[in-house]
Write a protein that binds this ligand. Sequence first.
Ligand code: HEM
Length: 204
Amino acid sequence: MSRTWGKPLVFIASLGPAIWLAWAAYMGELGANPIEYINRFLGDWALRFLILGLAITPVRKLTGLNALARFRRMIGLFGFFYASLHILNYIAIDQFFDWQEIWTDIIKRTYITVGMVAFLALIPLAVTSTNAMVKRLGGARWRKLHRLAYFAAPAACFHFIMMVKADLREPAIYSLILIILLALRLKKPKKKSPAHPVEVHTVK
Ligand code: HEM
């Protein structure tokens, strides 16, 4: 993929689910319970992007496609974007800014508590995603902090497992992918890879 078009194409593709959702909402095609549909749709895409972001480094190492590293930050940020919309939908449309009710949910419904913890873990990652923050923290500290993604994604997956009452197939697939990605990460590299880039070095 060309250096010029790669990022814009990935950006537009990543916006695809949001555009599709807006279109479906406009056309009134969100089924009998649109609020639940939107909530689940956004939650699904948040989790998919978080997992995709975590998959980039292992796939890059396995395939040698080092150019993939350029998309890691954007994909991760899209995970945060969809998670934020998911939560915004819950707060604004589902709960209608009833903070008392929202707080009760957070402390009483364990799957919401877990979702909240996952989201809180993503905030420092999003905040430190800029080149300036990478420089300020230094590559090593930045990478250490960004290991939080390996906590946030499984927590989000757990949040999904906990809310599902019957059919566990979908969260089971996400969990399996995450377990494989974590296992690949824990596997000690044979030799020190020079290319574990913090993207700031590769941005043109
Ligand atoms: C990183 C953060 C989060 C991710 C990735 C995430 C992801 C998901 C996923 C994948 C689902 C299931 C969708 C489906 O059924 O197909 C879901 C459901 C849900 N999530 Fe989250 N979530 C996150 C945080 C939160 C937070 C902080 C809240 C609330 C404050 C929340 C509230 C809900 C609710 C209410 C449901 C739907 C439950 C139902 O329809 O019965 N989530 N989420």
